[in-house]
Design a protein around this ligand. Sequence first.
Ligand code: BEZ
Ligand code: FE
Length: 298
Amino acid sequence: MAELEVKDLAQAVIERMAECKDPRFKKVMTSLVKHVHSFVQEVQLTPDEWMGTIEFLTAAGQMCDEKRQEFILLSDTLGVSMAVVGIEQAKGAAAALKAKPTALKATEATVLGPFFWEGAPELALGADITGDSSGTPAYYHGRVTDTAGQPVAHCTLDVWSGDGDGFYDLQKGPDAPMALRARFHTDADGNYRFWSIKPAYYPVPDDGPVGGMLRRMGRHPNRPGHMHTMLSAPGYERLITHLFVSDSPFLDSDAVFGVRNSLIVDFEAHPAGTAPDGRVMSTSFHTAYYDFKLVPSA
Ligand code: BEZ
Ligand code: FE
């Protein structure tokens, strides 16, 4: 029978995958087809709305280049990126607990974001990466251990943030050099320390189709101030996370839903004077202390 009722279309598409050789792909596509058809039915999608969606996705694709990924931004602002991060994190936590029931809670992960730049300079512990960027100086320090509490020596800690006005180096034109980013390695006891700035809140790039979507949804585009970190060490799962500034606006309404309470850090304010590493500061500064806990690789 060639003719199909609208109500039977989803099942017909699924049946056409009978020869699919990849079970995971088949499972994902079966569910996707079911959900898309049920969404179309639920909202009684009109031809104009469907065409509007296709134009939106086309515009999102046309906006993408090496430095701009509008589809990731779409995923981030719809909460999908954090859903995927959460699923992966829960798997890691369950495996760590199974291997060692007394395991400590691993540091929570969050979104990567579009401003990671591979190959940041490798600097000695304690270095200042502020350069001539705007922002109040902040001293970051703490320790990296595993979920058994053992130090993770020589762990690579990639850090990056926007400046005191909320702008990343990647947003400052095609020739702008790297700024406010570096790679550090923990010492034998898992300690890390570096100087940067206290990051400010800022909007996600909202000059494209996703920005239009946010406005139409009645949403703001802002993220609370945060320092991005990526930790990698042989024998451990890579951790991509942030340290969020505890007194930043938008902690309760991050445009990409990335905030986890366990990642909110007090940036203690200090007047000019001697910092914890002995550096004498002629201006006021902040200190931020955070210990990371990594999950051993499966
Ligand atoms: C960021 O943290 O830089 C970011 C994350 C997701 C989307 C846009 C920006
Ligand atoms: Fe960011």
